[in-house]
Design a protein around this ligand. Structure first.
Ligand code: IMP
Length: 207
């Protein structure tokens, strides 16, 4: 069976590929994705956005099994923010707009700013969450979710990964996500967990 990933991220693709091979499933990048119009991610939930993307892209690739993911960071002390707006956290707040600094750095700085008065570790608990939807010809066939729990550090640490990884601390490993190898991150990440929850459902697909 071949699944087509609606992602242009080489990192995500190699992670999906590695997990799928143990299930005898092949994951390929959706051909022509870069030229397809991007659906607006305006659903109020991760799964809603994943479904929108999977449905829209699968309509443009008739007969193929296409999956899409959507994820974000939820911080308890911020009532779940930045949540579905994780990618655009700083932009939406108009934070540090014209500095020319990269989006991830601005998002991380805003997060630290918002948590300035939250000093207890227990109050800095956070979760990365991910939803994946699989579709064919515009029809959603399968859904899955994954999450990983951690705490937001006071300062960034580590150089790997992306997004909020340098601030996301895993007490059990005493590391941030940005200090993990790609293999370690994939094993425990929200995205890895969501994808591995999708794979065992594949046998239920209609032919
Ligand atoms: P996406 O849905 O995977 O594109 O993720 C949306 C946003 O959530 C990203 O732009 C990041 O800010 C954040 N995010 C999602 N997954 C991760 C992760 O594994 N590490 C760090 N940040 C993440």
């Amino acid at each position: 069976m071949i699944l087509y990933a609606a992602t242009t991220s080489p990192g995500k693709l190699s992670e999906f590929t590695a997990s799928a091979s143990t299930f005898g499933v092949q994951v390929l990048a959706l051909p022509g994705l870069a030229d397809m119009p991007e659906p607006v991610e305006d659903a109020p939930t991760y799964i809603g956005n994943a479904e929108k993307k999977a449905a829209a892209y699968s309509l443009l690739a008739p007969g193929l099994l296409v999956f899409a993911d959507d994820s974000g960071l939820e911080v308890d002390a911020l009532n779940g923010e930045p949540g579905i707006y994780s990618a655009r956290f700083a932009d939406m707040a108009g934070y540090d707009l014209h500095s020319g600094r990269n989006n991830d750095d601005r998002n991380n700085d805003l997060l630290l700013d918002r948590l300035r008065s939250t000093s207890a570790w227990a109050e800095r608990s956070a979760h990365f969450v991910c939803a994946i939807a699989l579709a064919r010809d515009g029809q959603i066939l399968l859904r899955s979710n994954g999450a990983v729990h951690g705490e937001i550090r006071y300062t960034a640490r580590g150089t790997d990964g992306f997004g909020y990884d340098p601030l996301f601390f895993l007490p059990s490993l005493q590391s941030t996500m940005a200090e993990l190898s790609r293999e370690q991150k994939w094993l425990l990440s929200h995205r890895g967990r969501a994808f591995r929850a999708l794979l065992p459902q594949l046998h239920t697909l209609p032919l």
